[in-house]
Write a protein that binds this ligand. Structure first.
Ligand code: NAP
Length: 272
């Protein structure tokens, strides 16, 4: 089903958790799911609507075992209540949460941030891409009496200006700040909260950004390693953050982007 290679092992054996944000086989959440499953995790998947259920079910079935899928639209309180109730009814407690959800309108992911950001677009991007992690994290923490770990997916557009990323960059900045406050609140309960900042990857969400292809190309050409961000690297970092080998790591934004985030000037004339 996938060309990606995920090392097998037992780092997640005995751990159960929820993954939010698998839309198709290219989703970052799906790469992470495959890696966690290869290390023994039991996984519940949330999907936004019936159409997604139809697309995601075959993927989930390919992992083997009894598929556990629950509907969850993060903008709908009743839907979130039902999702976490289903988790609680089935498992009682969980050990991890993966939040890989973001949305901004197409009209806002292009041109001038100042001109194109509307009140409604700002509200929607913030709610779906940042508040949803606070909400899901709160609910998940209530099911983690023995501690646990949560991650969210972010991108460098939160820290630096990236063409077309616009309101999503602002939402990612709010997401990363939220992650740190959540880590402070949940730390005493043994719950670690981190963000994984991935380089550009070819997914549906990326296709929604004007100039997404150029972003991919620049991400590769200007990166220190001169290569695309690999799904295996992102999924491996998620495994580190969510398993016990990541202990003591919390409130961190971990970049997995072939070094792109640390580049000041990509190259000088005649340098390469
Ligand atoms: P993706 O496959 O399109 O995943 C995005 C997911 O968000 C989809 O499953 C989507 O469901 C879901 N979503 C949107 N609105 C929702 C809502 N109201 N309720 C529930 N789910 C909702 O794209 P992806 O690139 O893997 O994105 C996953 C995360 O990684 C996002 O936070 C993204 O910003 C982040 N990220 C992506 C990149 C990249 O280059 N691709 C880089 C760094 C970080 P629908 O399809 O139904 O809308």
């Amino acid at each position: 089903m996938s060309e990606n290679q995920f090392p097998t092992g037992t780092l997640m054996k005995g751990k159960r958790g929820l993954i939010m944000g698998v839309a198709n086989k290219n989703s970052i959440a799906w790469g992470i799911a495959q890696q966690l499953a290869a290390q023994g995790a039991e996984i519940a998947f949330s999907y936004q609507g019936q159409e997604l259920e139809r697309r995601v079910r075959p993927l989930v079935e390919s992992l083997g075992g009894e598929p556990f899928m629950v509907a969850a639209d993060v903008t709908d309180e009743a839907s979130m209540d039902a999702c976490f109730k289903a988790l609680e009814d089935k498992w009682g407690t969980i050990d991890f949460l993966v939040h890989a959800i973001a949305f901004a309108g197409k009209d806002e992911l292009v041109g001038s941030f100042t001109e194109n950001t509307t009140r409604e677009g700002w509200r929607r991007a913030m709610e779906i891409s940042a508040f949803s992690f606070v909400d899901a994290g709160k609910r998940a923490s209530h099911m983690m009496p023995n501690g646990g770990a949560m991650i969210t997916l972010t991108y460098l557009g939160s820290e630096r200006v990236v063409p077309s990323y616009n309101v999503m960059g602002v939402a990612k900045a709010a997401l990363e700040a939220s992650m740190r406050y959540m880590a402070r609140d949940l730390g005493p309960a043994g719950i670690r909260v981190n963000a994984l900042s991935a380089g550009p990857m070819r997914t549906l969400a990326m296709a929604g950004i004007s100039g997404g292809k150029a972003l991919m190309r620049t991400g590769r050409e200007w990166s220190m390693m001169k290569e695309d961000t690999k799904m295996e690297g992102v999924a491996g970092a998620a495994l580190y953050l969510l398993s016990d080998i990541g202990q003591s790591c919390t409130a961190e934004t971990l970049h997995v982007d072939a070094g792109f985030h640390a580049v000041g000037v990509p190259s000088m004339e005649g340098d390469d």
